[in-house]
Design a protein around this ligand. Structure first.
Ligand code: PLP
Length: 363
């Protein structure tokens, strides 16, 4: 079978080592003579998987013992509720910025639990930039932001000075670049973009923030309960955590510094072609362009279907924009090799020549 270049926004491309380890473990996990799908989550072999996954998260992000790491279920979407349920104190306010569909959903859910102050929004320009220059009120319970706007393709390359606990949805760019994780009080990420398959959600919480959690939270939505029980209050997503652990091993073997160099090279290559090619236009202001999700359009919309057909013929998969936005989106998550981006760029050049006769013209 020819190689398929996977530009899907999520569930997304995974490193081959994680896929290979999963295939083997589905047959015989850890020499137990049983499939990974059949074993007890309380077996010492699986407890070792959870422990290693949590340890790798700490090592990769350089987190000290002030932080707790847990794997939960319910996706990043359940975190939109768990964060305010645990930390939006009655009578107080939580501060949010609205940078896209997922941030809007986080705001919507938080409003179910208390007062929400939306400090800034980029909705006025279809979420094509990251708002800057807002002040975070000192009496907020926490400030919530979304580091990468998966659907519209903007990314926060700096985080505001934050006088209150900093909470971040990093679902689509976690482990893609070096960050100072010690600035954050709570980080969450659904695994299926850059860390594993759907079915596991990573949550990292600073212990000092956890101490401020509300007392009356339903058991399954209570961070303290999940932490006290080592991600095993109830049956965890055994398979998903196993794949995360192997993906984390691969991420650690590269390191975040080198990962960032890789990811920047891929994004630079594609944005340069979008800017050069007469048929295409990027939809995001240059300084906020995401390295993970590259959004662009064909200037002549009638060429979109023929372009996507050509991509399919060349084994380029997952390039159709989100159903709420349209256009094209190329997701360049960690495991995607630059060779795949090169094939996409060559396809864009071929398409330009075929449709205009131009070759390598500058705009
Ligand atoms: C995909 C995504 C979500 C939703 O994740 P689920 O795991 O499907 O709930 C939330 N936030 C961001 C930034 C995402 O990219």
């Amino acid at each position: 079978m020819n190689k398929v270049h996977n530009f899907s926004a999520g569930p997304a491309i995974l490193p081959k080592s994680a896929i290979d380890a999963s295939v083997a473990a589905l047959q015989n996990f850890s020499d137990m003579g049983l499939s990974l799908l059949e074993i007890s989550h309380r077996s010492k072999q699986f407890e070792a998987v959870v422990a290693e996954a949590c340890q790798l998260v700490k090592e990769i992000l350089n987190l000290n013992d002030e932080y707790e790491v847990v794997f939960l279920q319910g996706g990043a979407s359940l975190q939109f509720d768990m964060v305010p349920m645990n930390f939006l104190t009655p009578g107080k306010t939580a501060a949010y910025i609205n940078t896209g569909v997922w941030a809007s959903r986080a705001v919507k859910e938080a409003k179910l639990f208390g007062e929400v102050n939306v400090l800034a929004s980029s909705e006025d320009k279809n979420f094509s930039y990251i708002p800057k220059g807002y002040a975070i009120p000192e009496d907020a319970c926490y400030f919530h932001c979304t580091s990468n706007n998966t659907i519209y393709g903007t990314e926060m390359f700096s985080f505001p000075e934050c006088p209150v606990p900093l909470v971040c949805d990093m679902s689509s760019d976690i482990f893609s670049r070096k960050i100072d994780a010690s600035k954050f009080d709570l980080i969450y990420a659904g695994a299926q973009k850059n860390m594993g398959p759907a079915g596991a959600t990573l949550v990292i919480i600073k212990k000092s923030f956890l101490e401020k959690a509300n007392a009356k939270v339903p058991t399954m939505l209570n961070y303290k309960i999940h932490i006290e029980n080592g991600s095993m209050y109830n049956t965890p997503g055994v398979f998903a955590i196993f794949v995360c652990m192997h993906t984390l091993r691969w991420i650690k073997s590269i390191g975040l510094e080198a990962m960032e160099v890789r990811n920047k090279a891929k994004a630079d290559l594609l944005y340069a072609e979008i800017d050069r090619n007469n048929l295409f236009t990027g939809t995001v202001v240059p300084e906020d362009r995401s390295r993970m999700n590259v959004n662009f359009v064909l200037n002549d919309k009638t060429l979109e279907a023929p372009f996507l057909k050509l991509c399919e013929e060349r084994n380029l998969s997952g390039l159709k924009g989100h159903r709420s936005v349209g256009g094209l989106r190329a997701s360049l998550y960690n495991a995607l090799e630059i060779d795949s981006v090169q094939v996409l760029v060559e396809t864009m050049q071929y398409f330009e020549t075929a449709n205009t006769g131009n070759t390598q013209n500058s705009k």
